[in-house]
Design a protein around this ligand. Structure first.
Ligand code: CA
Length: 235
């Protein structure tokens, strides 16, 4: 039997922390919850959770710095729970590597559904075909290890949602992929506008990691009004 999915919560409001913990325990997840960033970060390293739920407004550390640290160092999927609701805050969160973003106040059932979607996405990453290692444009992507390696052997970690997106591109190289197709494959539940924005942000993160110029992308090209196309031999 597979072990239970582990979820780590960082939320300084006692009330919301308790609400989240109880709801997720009731769903059968293993849950740990923290009010302070320092304890949370120490525990992520030791416990290796599948999903981290992170509140951005914290008393002891900047939430965005925590996000960035998590995305660059751990295999966890990241859900941001925040009182900051402007589009630029959402985009900043996604740019730093969050996989999803929910604004307070929220329905717990909605949060649980989105956590489940993240877990599904993370679990299928790198497992939908026989092949998980791809070579393209001088890069090697190992989807099951969330690793991108340059020609010179320099390794970079990819987030769960970056891997999911890259996998879609690699399995359909040199063909137009519409945003609707991406939306369908990722099983996203967010509204269309924020989803399109989230896809753009993730594509832009991928391009940065691939040293692909955003203004003149050679690998992942934008087809205006239609979608994206990954131009490369893929083996
Ligand atoms: Ca807070």
């Amino acid at each position: 039997m597979m072990s239970a999915t582990r979820i780590s919560i960082l939320e300084d409001s006692t009330e919301i922390r308790k609400l989240l913990k109880e709801a997720l325990l009731a769903e059968g997840f293993e849950v740990k919850a923290y009010g302070l960033a320092q304890q949370f970060e120490g525990d992520v390293k030791a416990w290796n959770p599948d999903v981290c739920i992170v509140d951005l407004g914290l008393p002891d550390k900047d939430g965005l710095a925590i996000l960035s640290h998590l995305a660059n160092n751990f295999d966890t999927a990241i859900m941001v729970v925040s009182g900051r609701s402007t589009l630029s805050d959402k985009v900043a969160g996604l740019e730093l590597g969050a996989d999803d973003y929910i604004t307070k106040p929220f329905e717990v059932t909605e949060l649980v559904a989105r956590i489940r979607a993240l877990i599904r996405r993370k679990n299928v990453v790198g497992t939908s075909g026989d092949k998980n290692v791809f070579q393209f444009s001088g890069w090697t992507a190992d989807l099951s290890k969330f690793l991108l390696t340059s020609e010179r052997g320099k390794e970079q970690r990819l987030s769960a949602s970056e891997v999911a997106l890259l996998e879609i591109f690699l399995r359909r190289a040199n063909r137009l992929i519409t945003r609707d197709q991406i939306r369908e494959e990722l099983g996203d539940r967010g509204d269309e506008f924020s989803f399109d924005r989230a896809i753009d942000v993730r594509v832009s993160r991928l391009r940065t990691k691939l040293k692909d110029s955003p203004k003149n992308s050679k690998i992942i090209q934008t087809i205006y009004g239609a979608g994206y196309i990954l131009i490369s031999d893929v083996s």
